[in-house]
Design a protein around this ligand. Structure first.
Ligand code: BMA
Length: 360
């Protein structure tokens, strides 16, 4: 009997110390559980390569079925595909970068059927001023958005519109498509109305919790939640706006290579180490949620900068930002004919860098 009790106690303790094997939404859909389990498994295999708006447009083209700059360079689609919801709040037919939401819905279903992991950011407009998400006028807008604030009703309406879109994402069997939801990103930075210059950590955390609760109350259960900062200087700064383990599935950060502003290799080693340690302590997945060197003007950027910055930290993915079809120099991934093509392929050929072909 004592032996059985000892055995049960050991199992109980081990389970308590181990990875939290479930999404934070207590009523997460079956496919969200599957995605969470898949991410845990894939983490041991390598780092998935991701690209924003990959299937929608690329350098000098748009909306051509099957096209993808990444695929044209290395023969495989990225494993992670990102989209942005900015504009959904106003019921616009296109997002802030001109992507029609109808095309986005179709592309998400296609990406899902290909086995890709899907992630959403939201460059939401400023609900107080009606300006863009970069409009910082209006003071502490986050406080106005919270219950009792002057924009709470608008914020609810905007969230309702986002919910309608998220709920409309269905696979061929009619099941909700599981997606990684990454709102209020780059929170340590000052660019957005929810950023560190515009609201206190308490307001930010209250916004996060209210929103997640609202998602649950609205019966949205196809999400994993990703928290992401901008560049940060310490673990303490990273955690300042962290809402708590029961509200987050993935810990991430965004950091763009701007050589005149900071040393990428040095800064990245520090940030990757910090996020990976924190994620381990909090039993969360970790990801490098946005990056790039605009215009990729260093031909060895992939193996010389990105690869050493992401390898060895247990990161699930790295998402490269978009290749604009309209702004000639606004691209963060290579395209056919770009000078960094060979180096990109060299990185992709590494065993621990995963395209969609490596995860299905
Ligand atoms: C920024 C730029 C903008 C774009 C925004 C949202 O980083 O790419 O051109 O509107 O992201 O996608």
């Amino acid at each position: 009997m004592r032996r059985i009790l000892f055995f049960l106690l050991t199992v109980f303790l081990l389970a308590g110390c181990g990875e939290k094997a479930a999404p934070c939404d207590p009523h997460a859909d079956r496919r969200v559980h599957d995605l969470h389990g898949r991410l845990l498994q894939l983490r041991d295999k390598g780092i998935m390569i991701g690209h924003q708006d990959d299937l929608m447009y690329g350098h000098a083209w748009e909306y051509e079925d099957g096209r993808s700059d990444i695929m044209e360079v290395c023969g495989a689609y990225p494993a992670v595909m990102g989209w942005d919801l900015g504009g959904v709040e106003l019921d616009d037919s296109c997002n802030l970068d001109g992507v029609p939401f109808d095309k986005m819905r179709e592309a998400v279903a296609k990406a899902d059927s290909m086995g890709c992991v899907i992630t959403f950011s939201w460059h939401m407009r400023n609900p107080l001023t009606g300006g863009s998400s970069w409009d910082l006028s209006g003071g502490n807008v986050v406080r106005e958005v919270l219950p009792g604030g002057s924009c709470h009703d608008i914020y609810k309406k905007w969230t309702d519109r986002c919910i309608i879109f998220l709920k409309s994402l269905k696979d061929a069997q009619g099941n909700p498509i599981p997606v990684i939801y990454r709102p209020y990103h780059e929170n340590t930075g000052g660019a957005f109305w929810w950023g560190a210059l515009s609201c206190d950590p308490e307001d930010y955390i209250a916004l996060w919790k209210w929103t997640v609760e609202y998602m649950y109350a609205s019966d949205v259960h196809n999400l994993l939640y990703a928290y992401s900062t901008d560049i940060f200087r310490s673990g303490q700064e990273y955690m300042l706006r962290y809402p708590g383990d029961e509200w987050v599935d993935i810990m991430g950060w965004d950091a763009y290579h701007r050589p005149q502003e900071w040393d990428f290799l040095e800064g990245m080693a520090e940030m990757a180490r910090t996020v990976s340690t924190l994620a381990e302590e909090h039993h969360k997945l970790a990801a490098f949620t946005e990056t790039g060197l605009e215009s990729v003007y260093m031909n060895d950027w992939w193996t010389g900068y990105l690869l050493p910055s992401v390898r060895g930290y247990g990161l699930s993915w790295v998402l490269l930002w978009r290749n604009s079809q309209k702004m000639e120099n606004h691209f963060f991934a290579p395209f056919k004919g770009h000078d960094s093509e060979d180096d990109f392929r060299k990185m992709i050929d590494e065993e621990d860098i995963l395209t969609v072909n490596d995860i299905i």
